[in-house]
Design a protein around this ligand. Structure first.
Ligand code: ATP
Length: 343
């Protein structure tokens, strides 16, 4: 059996606890993966690195192509740029994919939510280009290039096709940012018309889109967003299904892929066995599906499905961490999943 090397980046805050839990579940499911640990964030600085994103961490992901990453903190001040933004840019992980689904046993205001946010990960207001024009006047650049707009739109329609999804909605504010957001939706529209006419496509102004989501999230399917809108829409959608503890994510490029939960390092609950590891466990299950699809390894796909069935079963049985109204700690919830791996 082939074993795929996964670069494990525990990260900061609750990162080490939740990635440990994910590792326990992957091992118990006999997923065909092995791990090498690399560090990023404050954890890297604490180990003597001179940057929050050490070169050997980036190189390891380049070499092995797959990483499972906990949240990383970028210290404010000290001149460090964001770990997450830098990793996505260096590895050209241009698509963030964030599925948001209602979970069994997790009661929220909505039922049957099944959305996927596809966020452009490399430009927009995350270009990091800010100019001090004169004292008290700053200009932050929102960058849109035809290449990146086209690339993310093509990725989204391809993803929709593979997953047999029916609709794509592009969120924008092209009524105000006529050129930048205009380019974003023009490219999506062109690709839709030319190559994917069978998938329904609509363009929705971001403010109206958010109102529609909270009125009835089931009217949407795949949400195509530029970088900042994707960030905001992700947290809003997480709130529809139980919060940050249950929202997984993947950052995907043409070569490499980094799987991580949407949540941050949650310093308020770090080190207390209180964090919900489900989001990173769900991300690990996405990782196995990705390995299965890109490396034609059915055993990885089977382990991904096994883990998904087990966490759904655990939730159905009322096994929950505190953020979902339960009483289990991080480790105990991982154990509850492991207990259900074999039906
Ligand atoms: P960042 O700036 O790193 O994205 P943030 O401050 O926006 O982080 P998070 O750290 O993601 O936000 O979390 C906000 C709050 O949500 C946390 O302080 C915590 O109380 C809760 N939270 C986040 N993730 C989890 C989790 N996995 N389990 C339980 N609670 C969580």
């Amino acid at each position: 059996m082939t074993t795929h090397t996964v670069v494990m980046i525990p990260g900061d805050g609750i990162g080490p606890e939740v990635t440990d839990a994910a590792k326990m579940v992957l091992e118990a499911a006999e997923a065909p993966v092995s791990f090498i640990d690399r560090h990023a964030g404050v954890a890297a600085l604490d180990r003597g690195a001179d940057d929050v994103l050490p070169q050997d961490t980036v190189e390891a992901v380049r070499e092995h192509g797959i990483a499972l990453k906990g949240p990383c903190t970028t210290p404010v001040g000290g001149g460090f740029s964001s770990v997450n933004v830098a990793l996505r840019k260096k590895l050209n992980l241009y698509a963030a994919v964030r599925p948001v689904r209602s979970l069994p046993g997790v009661k929220t205001r909505y039922e049957n939510v099944d959305l996927v946010i596809v966020r452009e990960n490399t430009e927009g207001l995350y270009s990091g280009i800010e100019n001090l024009i004169t004292e008290g006047v700053i200009v932050s650049m929102k960058v849109a290039t035809r290449e990146a707009c086209e690339r993310i739109a093509r990725f989204t329609f391809r993803y929709a096709t593979h997953r047999e999804r029916k609709k794509v909605a592009a969120f924008h504010k092209a009524n105000i940012m006529k050129l930048g957001d205009g380019l974003f939706i023009d490219e999506a529209r062109k690709i839709h018309e030319k190559d994917y006419p069978n998938i329904k496509y609509e363009e929705v102004i971001i403010d109206a889109a958010l109102m529609r989501i909270v009125q009835d999230p089931t009217q949407f399917d795949i949400l195509l967003c530029e970088n900042l809108y994707g960030d905001i829409v992700s947290d809003l959608c997480a709130g529809l299904v139980g919060g940050l503890g249950v929202t997984p994510g993947a950052n995907i490029g043409d070569k490499d892929a980094v799987f991580e939960a949407v949540h941050g390092s949650a310093p308020d609950i770090a080190g207390q066995n209180l964090a919900n590891p489900l989001a990173i466990i769900m991300s690990a299950s996405m990782m196995l599906n990705h390995i299965s699809a890109t490396r034609q390894d059915d055993s990885a796909g089977a382990a991904g499905v096994k883990i998904k069935d087990a966490y759904n079963k655990a939730l159905e049985d009322g096994q929950k961490t505190r953020d979902l109204g339960g009483e289990l700690g991080t480790r105990e919830f991982a154990e509850a999943i492991i207990d259900r791996l074999n039906g």
